[in-house]
Design a protein around this ligand. Structure first.
Ligand code: NAD
Length: 257
């Protein structure tokens, strides 16, 4: 299938799942806008690499997804937004009675509120274009909980709820809204949790990955960023035109348990 002529904005896409989704959307023909809160040469180089590889237009736009006005400004500066992928996300792990308030606020702002602002800004563009796709990167933690991840689980359940609402508000239009719910994907966000877990459990890396990180992922394998990209491309296809307001788990069986 070809997404030629479509513009995709992927929040939090200079790394991990967002970058993987941007690459696959560009390989399917979409022009892509990469984003994060930094403005380094390497951020812009990522966009150049995607352009060189796929022949599509790829740009990097700096915008901090913890700030509502910058979220809306990202969409305005993109100039078009046929496909919106709300992917930016951060994590912090602590018991709720010790959860730092600034971490709570940042997780709710980046993982949840940003999607409200970008969606509000992008829907009028989709309506004008007569076609649109909202793809929210939620998590298995949008459907189930784990201890010590109160803010993350709250934000991810929230974005699943927002996905359903957007789907109902656009149900009679050629616009869909869905959430991808990954299990564990080996990205910097997960990589950063491994050393602490090794210390806490007194285990080596391989044992921590298998026994702790992937404990709830029955396949005992990480999902990949390419697989997330493939699902995003599918959600943009004609075959998925009647799939709206739902979640697609890519979690090696986690939510079947
Ligand atoms: P990552 O750390 O590689 O990517 C996070 C991205 O968000 C980065 O590009 C980062 O720059 C960006 N970001 C962070 N704060 C930002 C801000 N204030 N403004 C703009 N961008 C910001 O992690 P990832 O694993 O690729 O995570 C991407 C998404 O996937 C997140 O929403 C995460 O919750 C979700 N997810 C990840 C996993 C996993 O196992 N890796 C599982 C389920 C869901």
């Amino acid at each position: 299938m070809s997404l030629k002529g479509k513009t995709a904005v992927i929040t939090g896409s200079n790394s991990g799942i967002g970058l993987g989704i941007a690459r696959e959307l560009a390989r399917a023909g979409a022009d892509v806008v990469l984003n994060s809160f930094t403005d380094r040469d390497e951020d812009h180089r990522l966009a150049e690499e995607i352009s060189d590889e796929t022949g599509t237009r790829a740009r990097y736009i700096k915008a901090d997804m913890s700030k509502g006005d910058e979220c809306r400004d990202l969409i305005a500066r993109a100039g078009a937004c046929d496909i919106l992928v709300n992917n930016a996300g951060v994590q912090h792990v602590a018991p709720i009675d010790q959860f730092p308030q600034d971490k709570w606020d940042a997780i709710i702002a980046i993982n949840l509120n940003s999607a409200f602002h970008t969606t509000a800004a992008a829907l009028p563009m989709m309506r004008k274009a007569g076609w649109g796709r909202v793809v929210n990167v939620a998590s298995a933690h949008g459907l189930t909980a784990s201890p010590y991840k109160a803010a993350y689980v709250t934000a991810k359940h929230g974005i699943v709820g927002m996905t359903k609402t957007v789907a109902l508000e656009t149900a009679e239009e050629p616009i869909t809204a869905n959430a991808i719910c990954p299990g564990y994907v080996l990205t910097p966000l997960v990589e950063a949790q491994i050393p602490d877990q090794m210390k806490t459990h007194g285990m080596d890396r391989d044992t921590v990955v298998r026994e702790v990180i992937l404990a709830r992922q029955p396949s005992k394998q990480f999902a990949t960023v390419e697989q997330m990209g493939g699902v995003a491309v599918f959600l943009c296809s004609e075959a998925a035109a009647q799939i709206t307001g739902t979640t697609i788990s890519v979690d090696g069986g986690w939510t079947a348990l």
